[in-house]
Design a protein around this ligand. Structure first.
Ligand SMILES: C[S@@+](CC[C@H](N)C(=O)[O-])C[C@H]1O[C@@H](n2cnc3c(N)ncnc32)[C@H](O)[C@@H]1O
Length: 173
């Protein structure tokens, strides 16, 4: 066992109040300084110590097998080289460790996915590099993870923006 987890795309720390008591320490990675300011109150109130460790999920400043868990929420859409970021998450997890994710991505219906492909260049420009059309489950498995559980669903609103992938994937032990 290691002593904690890593959060890639920490943002404004919206997940902080939801960390389970078993988490003893969190290392946060995010390039946005504005997010740090917004997260300050949540971090200060957190029972779990949060340490800002790095700026880029594509190049995690952590040893191999350093953490038990990695958490990513609404971030895999934005990281430019998502394959590399997932390889990094895989590298820093101990064997048997878990990647927890809630992400939006590619829709299963070909017509909706076509729209996502069309809209994504504009979406990227307007929303900080956000892709609508990434096949999140395939990307995770492609990095060497085994899917433990996954739930896919739509949130309210246009389908092109609302396909969710929520689950846990493990690094084979
Ligand atoms: C939509 S926000 C989600 C923030 C947070 N995870 C949440 O659920 O509220 C996307 C986050 O990804 C971060 N991000 C963008 N590029 C990144 C990168 N290369 N490595 C790590 N995080 C990145 C952004 O700064 C932003 O905080």
């Amino acid at each position: 066992m290691t002593d904690g987890g890593g959060v890639v795309g920490f943002g404004s720390g919206r997940n902080v109040p939801h960390y389970p008591p078993s988490v003893k320490r969190v290392r946060a990675v995010d390039p946005a300084t504005v997010g740090r300011k917004l997260a300050a109150k949540r971090v200060a109130a957190s029972a779990v110590p949060v340490e800002y460790l790095g700026l880029d999920g594509q190049d995690l400043p952590m040893d191999d097998a350093a953490v038990d868990h990695v958490l990513t929420t609404w971030t895999l859409c934005t990281i430019p080289d998502v394959d590399r970021a997932l390889q990094e998450m895989h590298r820093v997890l101990r064997p048997g460790g878990a990647l927890h994710f809630i992400e939006h991505g590619r829709a299963p219906e070909p017509k909706v996915a076509q729209w996502q492909d069309r809209i994504t260049p504009v979406q990227r420009r307007l929303f900080g590099g956000c892709h609508l059309n990434r096949q999140i489950d395939g990307l995770i498995e492609g990095a060497g993870f085994e899917m433990t559980s996954i739930s896919t669903y739509y949130v309210k609103g246009p389908k092109a923006f609302g396909r969710m992938y929520e689950g846990v994937a493990s690094k084979p032990g």
